[in-house]
Design a protein around this ligand. Sequence first.
Ligand code: PGA
Length: 240
Amino acid sequence: MRLITCENYAEMSKAAGLMVAGQIALKPNSVLGLATGSTPEGLYAELSRMYANKDLDFSEVKTFNLDEYYPIDRANDQSYYYFMNQHLYSKVNLKAENVHIPNGSAANAEAECVAYDKLIDDNCGIDLQILGIGNNGHIAFNEPAGELSAGTHLVKLTENTIEANSRFFASADDVPRTALTSGMATIMKARKIILMVSGANKREPLAKLLAGKITTDCPVTMLSMHSDVTIIADKAAMGG
Ligand code: PGA
């Protein structure tokens, strides 16, 4: 694992933006794995800026998002589809047919998960996966547990995650209780991973990852087993 420490959130976002831009420059038809949440918002602003400056072209890029609430309509302003559209899809020249996100309104969640993994495989897998971490150590919605799932699956969110995500909703009661999420194998099969970490509330899971011990109680620690992970962390996440 490579560790890049940045002064603050803005620098972290810039560093990640340059890496994603480098990936697209080297392989214009890259398959990107994307994440939602506060962490990658600055990255998407960087990518949008580079596109506006004509420094980046997304016309051949394909994207697969990690997760989506379930059930949720994509027009709902709390859906991850809505987030991605607002922060990236509507800002750059990604083609509509090239952006993918688990379908939160699929009638059959299980079939949707199987189809989603197949679609990633049919596109030859993910070249570069962007990840954030939950303050409980989750990646995507793979929550701390005795066992983790390999493939994309329907998951029950933990109270910790519902509480953390309630800041985006009118109240914690409005946060969906379940989600469709990429599994650990879906993530680990990505050829490269960039893990973005910002803020003091991420200190604990980051410290566990850097300690080099692996436990399903802190899913991000699994990244120690991947051969190409770059962690971009700000000073607050590193402990000041
Ligand atoms: P955040 O969420 O970026 O909003 O902190 C990260 C996550 O839960 O994976």
